[in-house]
Design a protein around this ligand. Sequence first.
Ligand code: IVH
Length: 716
Amino acid sequence: MGILEKISQNSRTELIRSLKFFHKILEETREGLKEDPSDKKLQVILLETLIKIIESHNYMYSVLDAPSIPDAEYDKLFLELQKLELRCPDLVTAHSPTQRVGATSLVKFPQITHRLPMLSLSNEFDMASVEAFDRRLGEKLGTDNIEYEVEPKFDGLAVSLCYENGFFIAGATRGDGETGEDVTSNLRTIKSIPLRLHANSQNNIPALLEIRGEVLMLKEDFRELNQKQRKKNEKVFVNPRNAAAGSLRQLDPKITATRRLTFFAYGIGDSRGEGIPRDTHSNVMKYIAAHGLPIAKECDLVCSSAGLLAYYKKIEDSREQLPYDIDGVVYKVNDLAQQEKLGFISRAPRFALAHKFPAQEVITELLGIDIQVGRTGALTPVAKLKPVFVGGATVTQATLHNEDEIKRKNVMIGDSVIVRRAGDVIPEVVGVVMERRPDNAYQFIMPDQCPECGAKAVRMSNEAVVKCSGGLLCPAQKKQAIIHFASRRGMYIEGLGDKLVEQLVDAGLVRTSADLYLLDEDKLISLPRMGKKSAGNLLESLRKSKNPTLAQFIYALGVPNVGVTTARELARYFNNFSSLEKADVETLQKIPDVGLIVAQSITEFFIENHNIDVVRKLFSVGIELIENLDAQKTQDNNNTSLINGSTFVLTGTLPNLSREIVTEKIENMGGKVTSSISKKTNYLVAGNAPGSKYEKARDLGVTILNEGELLELIQN
Ligand code: IVH
């Protein structure tokens, strides 16, 4: 169990216990005040109790990530406190949660000189340099087994928070390392930053504690913020880091308060008082967390360069699942006496190292803009780029989304653009480097004809996309519909890639997705570069794909506006395909997340003769749905299913079922599929040639199932 998990578990149990106690006091005080509303002593008790309760909920929500009451209940308590403070202004204190957004707008940030300078870290990008780092330190310390405390490297803004006698009195940005900007009022609006330190188990509050850490914006909050900005036709941010910086450096803290920022601590600066650990960095981190500040769940302890590199790999693999952006990992010698012995080189400590990931954002030249026609006929502008290495691959194309985005980002052909490629996400152009715009840069004009079939391109008045009006006569739409049908989240026809679909359609062998199942070896080997073996493999994949779940099938049909989640909801609600086909707009709108537009899309899809023909033909060529046995169970049996609420991890190749189907089944029944094993994992589903997860699950005592056992669990 990691440092934070242990602390979280303990503190949540303790908090809930003390909340019960405070609620009792709350009730009694409220009663007392009913009799005498002007009783000063009771007013003070009520105020402090409300502050305690509200801040405890803030902590559970923002730091432990485990809220215990609904928002509306929290709001009620907050309102009660606000009213009390309005009635008794003499009771208002700086640590009250109502005072998180208090100060007025500034003209300029004052400067703050840091008590101790905020240093930087040496960076490395490759394994050999990490090994050299460990060797170098080992030689200096006379050991070959150094213990390191290891952490994610947050991609945000460094800040220093100063607590005096437990109260947050000032906070500053890093600035030049010696002097930063005083952003106290803005930092006070961040709910994960306590305005008062929590007492730890020894009940001692340090006289002085300077916390060092990073302010950032969670990926989800960033997406929401940009969505809002777009709706208001205001500036969209290039990435969470820029959004966090722009929000923290607002002169008006009221604006900062509307932006959801988060804080993570990674160390301390100056400190005075009893009980502050002076032995190891991991104890410092525990101490910080025990005082109510958030630290990363991923903090860990490892030994030697092998441990460092394994940690790097683990964090790199889980990077996409982390709720915030990171740009690497940080290694720190854990023993503080060893740290001191190693000292510093110029502005960086010798005892620490940032091992950075390859950049996910780079600058390159926009050579031109092409138009791609999608499955629904949407014309998407795609940037043609001067090849550039980003996020571990060479990229020559990136999406520009639509005409409005091009205008909003003010992109011109010839510009130097910022390209982002993160994980599996399609590379995108996120912004322009305006100061590098050449004189001959020129505007892009959206075509009024489909570049593939020449049909008129139209833009609905309330939509951002321009669409080809050629329907399935347009070869591009036809191909895209088949590519979507065969995709991983659809029928998952392995080996049927974009290029092959293109060949099949161009050769006239396939006109609709149902034609795929009429292919045979002779037809396939008539294609250029298609041998008997590849043809056989494809036919086998087609055969294997014939039993999709209902949700998979619905998704694969490519009904406009029906993505994976909606397809799942539809499958869960209807349980069989024929009920879905017959459903009217009213019935469809009863389903969670289905509004009028989606409901109309679905009914319009099933009115269309062409679509009905394809569906009939699919059934006649042997598609048999696993109709939602599992959804039925979820509805009837929500609380008793062993799958509901359990966490699964998959490893190795299962003999009959694809990972997609297994995931789908588990999720349909209320379970969760994650990528790494921890104590929280309930089941490991292991196929042939399982990976290291198998050993780990065994060590942790996680139940291991094979395919048959999993199916049994599903059916029972
Ligand atoms: S320790 C002596 N730990 O990286 C320096 N820094 O170049 C102490 N950063 O701007 C820094 N995550 O804000 C440390 N887990 C982490 C970090 C981290 C991000 C930033 C830091 C600073 C830069 C150092």
